[in-house]
Write a protein that binds this ligand. Structure first.
Ligand SMILES: [Ca+2]
Length: 286
């Protein structure tokens, strides 16, 4: 009997430690899409999406992944009021596997269009066969003219060239804390090679809240909209997308590193609860 109590204590301790670790990373998690079960359902229950064109699902790095063909395929996710909190701070996180480069091909996009000006909230795209571009914007009129005296426009974009290879899984994240915007690649600060404020290097760039969340625009996975300012124009990627997450807070660099090595599905409370039930069922049978 004593051995049984000891075993129960150890297992409970494990559950508590596990849930505390997960709770930290899920703090502020608004939405999560992992494509398990071949759907675009939000694991947080907020914003379920749908497939458009030739989009489908394939086996990816963590179970199932969204599969897009670079021609007409993407997933569209409606805006949800829970996303409004990203006007104060945010983290956008996504995993992608690019088969073939498509100019300005959207991995993750939310906004009206791509052009000179603050027209989007999320722009995570391929800029070349080895380069990526990140971006977000604050509300119109909140541009820091002093910090960007000779910029062509306030569009918040950060190019990270020579940064990935076709046919490999990458993890992209961008974090805004109310004062700055920072790009991350594969769990580490990305090396920005050009961007607004003429910025280069791995340090965060000034971008102050409130951020524009574009409540009238859905999230697109697999395409971006309005390259060159033409809202009817779509720019696709050929590849796979997985582990898409939105947070209403700025994750720390350590948390981004942890997120880059985490299967997003393992963070959900549903998953944690089912593990606990399984553990108790096993105990009762001993
Ligand atoms: Ca998955």
């Amino acid at each position: 009997m004593l051995r049984l109590y000891t075993r129960i204590f150890v297992i409970l301790l494990f559950c508590v430690v596990t849930s505390v670790a997960s709770a930290a990373l899920t703090d502020g998690l608004i939405s999560a899409w992992t494509f398990e079960g071949d759907n675009v359902n939000d694991l947080m229950g907020n914003a379920n999406g749908k497939l458009v064109g030739g989009a489908g699902y394939s086996d990816g790095i963590h179970g199932r992944a969204l599969d897009v063909n670079g021609v007409d395929a993407y997933a569209e996710i409606p805006h949800h009021p829970s996303m409004d909190a990203m006007e104060n701070a945010f983290t956008h996180s996504v995993r992608a596997f690019i088969r073939a480069f498509g100019d300005h091909g959207g991995i993750m996009f939310k906004g009206e269009k791509v052009g000179w000006g603050p027209h989007f909230h999320i722009r995570l795209i391929t800029s070349s066969a080895t380069g990526l571009s990140y971006g977000s914007n604050n509300i119109k009129g909140a541009v820091n003219e002093e910090a960007e005296p000779d910029a062509k426009s306030p569009e918040g974009w950060l190019n990270v060239d020579e940064s990935y290879e076709l046919g490999t899984w990458i993890h992209m994240a961008q974090v805004a804390n109310g004062q700055t915007l920072q790009a991350f690649l594969n769990g580490a600060p990305a090396n920005v090679t050009w961007g607004f404020y003429h910025r280069t290097g791995t340090e965060p760039v000034t971008l102050t809240a409130p951020y524009a969340v574009f409540p009238d625009s859905p999230i697109y996975l697999g395409t971006s909209r309005g390259h060159g300012g033409d809202v009817d124009n779509y720019k696709f990627i050929d590849g796979m997308i997985d582990d898409v997450a939105l947070f209403d807070r700025a994750l720390s660099a350590d948390e981004i590193a942890e997120l880059a090595n985490t299967n997003l599905a393992s963070l959900t409370s549903v998953e944690a609860k089912s593990k606990l039930v399984t553990t108790w069922a096993r105990l009762k049978n001993q």
